[in-house]
Design a protein around this ligand. Structure first.
Ligand code: AMP
Ligand code: MG
Length: 405
């Protein structure tokens, strides 16, 4: 049976970045990966710029930092100075305004006192030339590469793109994900379950996980455990970049998903992973004309297995499709807060509460009744990785812990 790391490796081999598109640099572009180098079309600032409200002065007039100067004009942001500052003179200037010729420093208004007759008294430390001024081109020069392909857009990158005049850019688009919950027992969350029925928690949870991973979900579907119904839903789902199925992948009588996938041309890459929860986990690829193949994940139906399978395998795949250089989940070494004797025959991803303080990461395992216990998972923000065997896991020892939030 494949280890988690081997299974992840196979998935990342198959998950290549989606072809770039020209997209608007709207707020929704946050988290997308830039697919071009971007060059500035301007010098910024475009002139020597005042960084404070105050007075543009000649430092040679204020060797001791004190003195009286004649105010010759006032320049606000968006206006241009018309007069050169001569000996004994100052220009009243606002933050963002261009520095007048002749001046080489700005004295903050708080260090001055306005006198009668358009004069100002300066009471400051001796100013150094250039103080409170941002020189022309200090931030960027025209023709300079400001952002490189591969960078993940955050609000500050979107701001820089706007300052170099870009309203759109070549970006790797977010993957589109189809979600199908399978099972004769599944009813919509809005319905009261009849005897033997359960609500579709997985469909909603997966949609939320897809959203959190920065991908786009198609409207989730519920498919019955018949080949005909599964086939119709899966055929539709195979138009997406990624198809997620929950349930129907293990060895039960109605676990028809792998067979129907195979019938519809999905090439199976693996069908089992050495882990708990969620050993039966299907991964395959289906070629598509003119673009990257659809990645297909059959996640086991128990909600915590579905959740963990998504975080370990689907999320890295989505991040790789998005062009992220580091698609894998974050794992930290955390100190166990309490003794936790635990026996398992498969590597176990156990719901855990991870905290950090001055001493580093600390982890506490939360009460949990296994793969159907989704409520237990709501008390967790991490998954502690527990090794195979019968272990005492004493307080103070370090465990690898996968961060979820
Ligand atoms: P399966 O993998 O199809 O054998 O499903 C295993 C168990 O997971 C089922 O008995 C259900 O209790 C549960 N399950 C399957 N699908 C869902 C779903 N969409 N929402 C919540 N629980 C589910
Ligand atoms: Mg089922």
């Amino acid at each position: 049976m494949l280890s988690v790391a081997q299974a992840q490796e196979i998935i990342l081999q198959a998950a290549r970045p989606l072809p770039p598109q020209t997209l608007a640099l709207a707020p929704a572009a946050v988290g997308l990966v830039l697919a071009e180098d971007v060059v500035s079309d301007i010098d910024s600032p475009p002139f020597d710029k005042a960084l404070m409200d105050g007075y543009a002065v000649r430092t040679t007039d204020l060797p001791e930092g004190r003195g009286e100067l004649a105010i010759i004009e006032e320049v606000t942001a968006g206006r241009l100075p018309t007069r050169e500052v001569g000996p004994g003179q100052a220009t009243r200037i606002m933050t963002g305004a261009p520095l007048p010729a002749g001046a080489d420093a700005v004295i903050p208004v708080e260090r001055t006192r306005l006198l009668e007759g358009e004069r100002v008294r300066v009471e400051d430390r001796p100013p150094r030339p250039g103080v409170n001024i941002l020189r022309l081109g200090a931030e960027m020069r025209r023709g300079q590469a400001v952002l490189k392909a591969g960078c993940v857009l955050r609000p500050q990158e979107i701001g820089i793109l706007a300052s170099v005049g870009r309203t759109e850019a070549r970006l790797i688009p977010p993957p589109v994900v189809a979600i199908i919950a399978t099972g004769d027992e599944i009813v919509e969350a809005s319905q009261a379950p009849g005897p033997g029925q359960i609500r579709n928690s997985n469909g909603h949870m997966l949609a939320a996980q897809v959203h959190r991973a920065g991908a786009i979900q198609m409207p989730p579907a519920i498919a019955r455990d018949t080949e005909v119904h599964l086939r119709a839903n899966i055929r539709q789902g195979l138009t997406a970049d990624v198809l997620l199925l929950s349930g129907g992948v293990s060895a039960g009588k109605l676990d028809l998903v792998p067979k129907v996938l195979q019938d519809l041309g999905v090439e199976a890459k693996f069908h089992k992973v050495e882990m708990k929860p969620g050993k039966p986990l299907f991964f395959g690829v289906r070629p598509r004309d003119g673009t990257v193949p659809t990645l297909v994940f059959g996640l086991p139906g128990n909600p915590v297995s579905t959740f963990v399978g998504f975080e370990l395998f689907v999320r890295p795949a989505l991040r790789a499709l998005c062009g992220m250089a580091e698609p894998m989940p974050r794992v930290v070494q955390a100190e166990l807060a309490e003794d936790f004797p635990y026996r398992t025959d498969r590597t176990t991803y156990h719901p855990a509460a991870l905290t950090t303080d001055a001493r580093g990461w600390r982890v506490q395992l939360v009460p949990w009744f296994g793969s159907p216990d989704l409520l237990g998972l709501t008390r967790a923000n991490a998954l502690a990785v527990l090794p195979v065997g019968d272990h005492q896991h004493r307080a103070g020892r370090c465990l690898p812990v996968l961060c979820l939030d």
